[in-house]
Design a protein around this ligand. Structure first.
Ligand SMILES: [Zn+2]
Length: 487
């Protein structure tokens, strides 16, 4: 494919501004190195950071230095939004709160959480630059609540590209390797194009294929000599289950499969890894934070956070305090470098935890988030107050070989809850139904609700797998009108 000279020139100029391109190709830990580079650069450029750190040079960057960097950047971002965002200026004025109130990590709790609906209602009250400086505007798909508008400056876009490039290289993607990008082309905005563009700017090779046709997907991968795949988790899973029947997927020699935008259950991970003969890694991103926030490493014990660009807290959503190492809570994100729509303590509604360094992969300073378990707004209760969330059912239903996807509906019949599953399945429906039923009844939450007579017998309907069809994301539908969430 030819790229016109002017566009090529623009790509070259953009590339020269990236930090990720300055990393050696044989660098063992690209993501951690990129974050260290950010800390060192801040130290060089900002006297305030030198003062708060009490040093003007760093030989090695330690965890404590990185935490100090994040607090310094938080204060700096607080000052920036105070000056430039209508929303935050008003909020901090009302509370008489300023950057000097943030001295240590616990002080972050003084800053109120920003709710997604506040951003959805008044996107321009968050915008911190003049419209002429906005390079890209994005709208979120609005699958959970209102549509949100985000504005990125050129600097924001370059930062996102850097983040994506370092994350990809952390999966051992090399200069010669081709990344195969597969998101179903049904979403309101297309993550494939953003990713593909980021690769081109960062000097990585990539191709996009959104085809639901299994044979076509495998053909494009084979011809493109693909070594790393990234895509929507359920879409990758579906193509895997259908393709392995008639293709030698292991023979393609993949290095890694990156499962993005949806939680990756261990059941799915096992199937994907066994089929392709490589590791399946989970990736987490939010449009509000610029897409590439965290990626799992080969140790598969949590996702490394790009802490040069994002500060992550895990809190108890009801009480508000910070959770400790590996304690489950809700994730709260702050973008430390965003210029267009910077967000401070932005509520994700995602349930997970924070894992402190070091990590088995060799990373010593950057932290991790646990695997996302699903969203707090989707989490609900059945029976005698048993907490349920989508990943719980993913583990049970998708553990049955041949299941491609499913939908679960919760109803209330009299005083009992009723769970109905529609399961897309490849194989003998009678046998599939038996196995899915057995697997679901092994869940403590289901077992206890059945034992207490608070759950109707499970309803399971098997539907045959349809090739060349892209289903909607795995759904969890709650129809209980009288449901009392405070139960
Ligand atoms: Zn690691």
């Amino acid at each position: 494919m030819t790229v016109d000279p002017l566009r090529r020139l623009k790509i070259m100029v953009a590339r020269s501004k990236l930090s990720s391109t300055k990393l050696d190709w044989d660098e063992e830990h690209p993501l951690e190195r990129l974050i260290e580079m950010k800390v060192r650069r801040e130290l060089k450029d900002d006297g305030g950071f030198r003062r708060s750190l009490g040093r003007s040079r760093l030989t090695d960057v330690t965890r404590a230095d990185l935490v100090e960097y994040q607090l310094h950047k938080f204060r700096k971002q607080m000052r920036y939004v105070q000056e430039n965002s209508i929303f935050y200026r008003k909020r901090f004025q009302e509370l008489n709160l300023g950057p000097s109130d943030i001295r240590e990590f616990e002080d972050l709790c003084k800053v109120p959480i920003t709710e997604p609906n506040e951003l959805a209602e008044e996107p321009f009250h968050f915008l911190c630059v003049s419209q002429s400086k906005v390079m890209r505007a994005f709208s979120t798909s609005g699958t959970s609540g209102q549509r949100k508008r985000l504005f990125y400056t050129q600097e924001d876009v370059l930062n996102i590209v850097d983040s994506i490039a370092a994350a990809l290289r952390n999966t051992q993607m090399d200069r010669e390797d081709v990344l195969h990008i597969m998101f179903p082309a049904v979403t309101a905005w297309d993550p494939s194009l953003m990713l593909d563009g980021a690769c081109k700017v960062a000097g990585l090779r990539s191709q996009v294929c959104s085809e639901a046709d299994v044979d076509r997907q495998v053909k494009v991968m084979t011809e493109g000599k693909v070594k790393v795949i990234i895509g929507l988790t359920s879409f990758i899973y579906r193509i895997t289950v259908l393709a392995r029947q008639r293709h030698d997927l292991k023979g393609l020699g993949m290095k890694a499969i990156i499962c993005s935008s949806e939680p990756l259950s261990e059941a799915m991970r096992r199937e994907i890894e066994a089929s392709w003969g490589c590791k399946a890694l989970s990736q987490y991103g939010m449009t509000e934070m610029g897409l590439a926030t965290a990626i799992e490493c080969f140790a598969q014990d949590g996702l490394h956070i790009d802490e040069g660009n994002y500060l992550l807290e895990c809190v108890d959503p009801k009480v508000g305090g910070h959770k400790g190492d590996r304690e489950q809570g809700e994730l709260i994100w702050t973008s430390l470098n965003m210029r267009g729509t910077p967000l401070l303590r932005y509520r994700s509604y995602d349930l997970s935890c924070i894992i402190h360094p070091p990590c088995g992969c060799g990373f010593s300073i950057i932290g991790k988030m646990g695997k996302p378990l699903g969203r707090n707004i989707i989490e609900t209760k059945i029976g005698y107050g048993e907490r349920i969330y989508p990943l719980l059912f993913d583990e049970a239903v998708l553990a049955v070989p041949g299941v491609l996807g499913y939908q679960m509906v919760i109803d209330r019949v009299g005083f009992r809850d009723k769970l109905s599953f529609t399961v897309e399945y490849l194989g003998d429906p009678g046998e599939g139904k038996r196995q899915v039923g057995e697997s679901l009844q092994k869940l403590d939450e289901v077992r206890s609700s059945l034992d207490n007579d608070l759950l109707e017998p499970l309803v399971i309907e098997m539907v045959p797998a349809k090739e060349g069809f892209v289903p909607k994301q795995i759904a969890f539908i709650d129809n209980r009108k009288l449901f009392d969430s405070t139960k």
